[in-house]
Design a protein around this ligand. Structure first.
Ligand SMILES: *Cc1c(COP(=O)(O)O)cnc(C)c1O
Length: 794
């Protein structure tokens, strides 16, 4: 395996020369930006060879490719990851020491590639890392948004959104491939087998290399940008604006569809471009279009790329002379679908009129699919009219994306055992009856390279000393660490590592938020998108309860172990209730942090602009990981896995992958509480929950509400939040409150027995091996993609 930099001397030489050549500066006089830029450029250039070799290998060996279509890729910074995965991080570090450059300062210079909202986009990024590291021809396909996910600022306790103009400075890691541009058609009319009077937009690809872990494999993420097409004679203002807008910004919402027309334009753009790109490559290699399924599999990450299905059918029928049935069969052999949510409001639907106007031919194809599908389910004979209507691809003047995906693909997977169970038995029950072998589970994962090896070298050192380094390549071997569970020395070392990581986070929080934290306190952390189902509200209500109790109950105060509660969360700009909850958390934090009476025992921090880079500091520093969604609502979660792998204990509900965490580590090593998903669904079915009664019978809730009335001069300032709880409480915050308080009491007691706590931390680390995305990707490959490995020199 070739190193991109031979040794520190050759690297130093290349680096100084490049600085001189590009910026005409010496190392001593170069700015941080210049130093970063040259490091990134050299790294990227040196990856070129492996990139070309990988492409060549895949081509010459006729390997099948999996294309991962995702509207989001939350990549974070690339420099550290690419240096580590190339196996040259230590060379650069040593060279920089000689040159008197602080490598951390250079790494900090890079801004996050924030092309995603949260978990779904981060999952896509982890998958690419695992694919390349396992030597699989897995490639990403998405949009090159000029503006990333918004930058959050907190002003007067409230979220303010700023644009993230991440491409205003050069993004060193991308390569524009102008000559591989494609024309994509919107609007117009389909007449006599042709689309006429349409508007053409040019899709231009930019490739970002994805580096495998020291195996010489470099794949890529292809990001499509939009430009005016030469075909369009009259490039008026409206046209230019439309072209500009399509790749302008990522819609900052992961659960509802708004900004409708533009969003559909974006979805079609990257779906159609990705499919045509694959077909062009397929044909250029002299292969028969009928064999497309032998060379490509298209993974549809949530419903945003659904249109690859009708688009492929369209191409096969209109351009390749297939019949509908032939086109459908081939298409459904290439497409596989991953579902990510059961939240009703997040199941994508498009108004028929809007759809027809923007994509007339695609709409006709979907109508055709819908008719064929109707025949199929009517003939089946097992479904009622009601069930049939629910399953149709078009119903009530709406195009239903998930239904298109299920019908048009050969595999449908959920993202955690419980989630898949709910899909099969509740949400998509009828589809599962129709296609019993299509549904399967692929529990999510995280790349342990970024989420342990690159961010927690202290823990890596400890693990290496105890169990060797084989676990780097196969995380299941981290299980070996469990044999140290009763070893006092190891327990102390785990504790020391945690303390160092807490200090590093505390330093960052001091610098960025100007709040002092006591590293001897319990770091209790909830970081994730702000959503009512994730129940940050329950967390802050519990904190208020603790605060009030500390003020009036001296025995409680004496027994209370100091806590630092840390939040990080962005709300969709248009999500009213989520923004109100952010305000409540920040307003409460101010009061609590300034109360001399209690602030040695209780601190609350809301970190501004939670993103991948912030997460890299946060995940390693938690004692307690808050995973408290209403059971059945969180499909999987991946933050929960990052925390566990770095030695945090989970306080959580039996939801998403928490269920598997509790199973693997033992339920006695987490703090599991609250309603089960079955109980939650019973409550919804029977409408048996009366929030007002719960409120009236629980003095603690009343006191919390009273406190909330004192936060602002206007006692009704947070009335909307309170009323929502009293008269609706759909996410069962008050219903689970008592169980949540008790779970915290258990955690508080347990932490005082440090030996027991440290054992549990070791057990959590040792049993987190299952959650590497290498395992997830191996399962995707075994059951769905069936790709052959790239094996250089074997
Ligand atoms: C892992 C991650 C998420 C997902 O967190 P969940 O707790 O699973 O919702 C969201 N945002 C960032 C920046 C992450 O790194």
């Amino acid at each position: 395996m070739k190193k991109i930099f031979e040794n520190k001397e050759t690297f130093k030489k290349a680096y100084t020369e490049a600085l001189k050549k590009q910026f005409n500066v010496s190392v001593e006089n170069a700015s941080i930006t210049e130093k970063y830029t040259i490091l990134a450029k050299l790294t990227n250039e040196n990856l070129e060879k492996s990139y070309n070799e990988t492409s060549e290998y895949v081509r010459e060996n006729n390997l099948k490719k999996a294309i991962y279509f995702s509207m989001e890729f939350l990549m974070g910074r690339l420099v550290t990851n690419n240096l580590h995965n190339s196996g040259v991080y230590h060379i650069v570090r040593e060279a920089f020491t000689d040159l008197n450059i602080d490598i951390n300062e250079i790494e900090e210079r890079e801004s996050d590639a924030g092309l995603g909202n949260g978990g779904l986009g981060r999952l896509a990024a982890c998958f690419l890392d695992s694919g390349a590291s396992l030597g699989l021809p897995l490639y990403g396909n998405s949009i090159r948004y000029k503006k990333g996910f918004f930058v959050q600022e907190i002003v007067n306790n409230r979220q303010v959104e700023h644009q993230d103009p991440w491409l205003d400075e050069p993004f060193v890691w991308e390569t524009k491939k102008e000559n591989e541009s494609l024309d994509i058609e919107f609007f117009g009319e389909f007449k006599n087998g042709k689309l006429v009077d349409s508007i053409t937009v040019k899709a231009v690809p930019y490739d970002v290399k994805v580096v495998g872990d020291q195996n010489g494999v470099v794949t890529d993420l292809r990001l499509w940008s939009t430009e005016p097409s030469e075909k369009v004679k009259n490039q008026n203002k409206d046209y230019l604006e439309m072209v500009e807008k399509i790749s302008e910004s990522l819609y900052p919402d992961d659960s509802t569809d708004d900004g409708k027309l533009l969003r559909l334009e974006q979805q079609y753009l990257f779906s159609a471009a990705g499919i045509r790109n694959a077909i062009r490559e397929h044909k250029s290699l002299g292969r028969d279009i009928k064999e497309l399924d032998k060379y490509y599999v298209f993974q549809i990450n949530d419903t945003h790329p659904t249109l690859i299905i009708p688009e492929l059918i369209r191409i096969l029928m209109d351009e390749e002379g297939f019949t509908y049935d032939e086109a459908f069969i081939l298409t459904s052999k290439t497409a596989a679908f991953t579902n990510h949510t059961i939240l009703a409001e997040a199941l994508e639907k498009w108004n028929v009129n809007l759809f027809k106007k923007l994509l007339p031919r695609i709409y006709e194809i979907i109508v055709l699919m819908n008719e064929k599908f109707r025949e199929l389910i009517v003939d089946d004979g097992r479904f009622t009219n009601n069930q049939i209507n629910e399953m149709l691809l078009i119903n009530d003047d709406m195009v239903k994306m998930a239904n298109i995906c299920i019908y048009g693909s050969f595999s449908v997977n959920g993202v955690a055992a419980l989630h898949t169970d709910i899909l099969k038995n509740i949400v998509m029950k009828d589809f599962n009856k129709l296609y019993p072998t299509k549904f399967n589970n692929k529990t999510n994962g995280i790349t342990h390279r970024r989420w342990l090896m690159h961010i927690n070298k202290e823990l890596v050192n400890l693990l290496d000393r105890k169990i060797g380094t084989d676990w780097h390549k196969d995380l299941s071997l981290i299980k070996e660490f469990e044999k140290y569970v009763n070893d006092i020395k190891t327990q102390e070392e785990v504790f020391e590592v945690k303390k160092i990581k807490k200090q590093q986070l505390a330093d960052r929080i001091k610098k960025l938020e100007n709040i002092d934290l006591d590293v001897n306190s319990i770091f209790d952390i909830q970081v994730k998108r702000l959503h009512e189902y994730k129940r940050q509200l329950m967390n802050i209500m519990h904190i208020i309860y603790v605060y009030l109790r500390l003020k009036k109950d001296s025995k409680f105060k004496k027994d209370y172990y100091p806590h630092s509660f840390i939040f990080g969360a962005k709300s969709a700009p248009s999500y009213y209730m989520a923004k109100r909850i952010i305000e409540l958390i920040n307003a409460t934090a101010k009061i609590i942090n300034n109360d001399e009476d209690t602030n040695k025992l209780l601190k609350v921090v809301f970190v501004e602009n939670y993103n991948v880079t912030y997460a890299e500091y946060i995940m390693t520093a938690a004692d307690l990981s808050e995973q408290i969604s209403t059971a059945s609502k969180e499909a999987s979660g991946t933050g929960n896995m990052k925390f566990m792998l770095n030695g945090a204990l989970t306080i959580g509900t039996m939801d998403g992958a928490n269920v598997e965490i509790a199973e693997l580590a033992g339920i006695e090593n987490e703090f599991i509480f609250g309603l089960s998903s079955k109980e939650v669904n019973e409550i919804y079915d029977t409408k048996s929950y009366k929030p007002l009664e719960t409120y009236n019978s629980d003095l603690r809730l009343q006191e919390v509400f009273n406190f909330i009335e004192t936060i602002d001069k206007d006692k009704d300032h947070f009335k909307d939040i309170k009323d929502n709880l009293l008269y609706n409480d759909y996410f069962l915050v008050m219903k689970d409150f008592d169980a949540y308080v008790k779970a915290h009491e258990r955690a508080n007691e347990e932490y005082k027995n440090q030996e027991r706590w440290r054992k549990k931390a070791i057990i959590n680390i040792a049993n987190a091996g299952f959650f590497t995305s290498d395992r997830t990707i191996n399962e995707y490959n075994r059951d769905i993609w069936k790709l052959k490995r790239i094996t250089f020199g074997k």
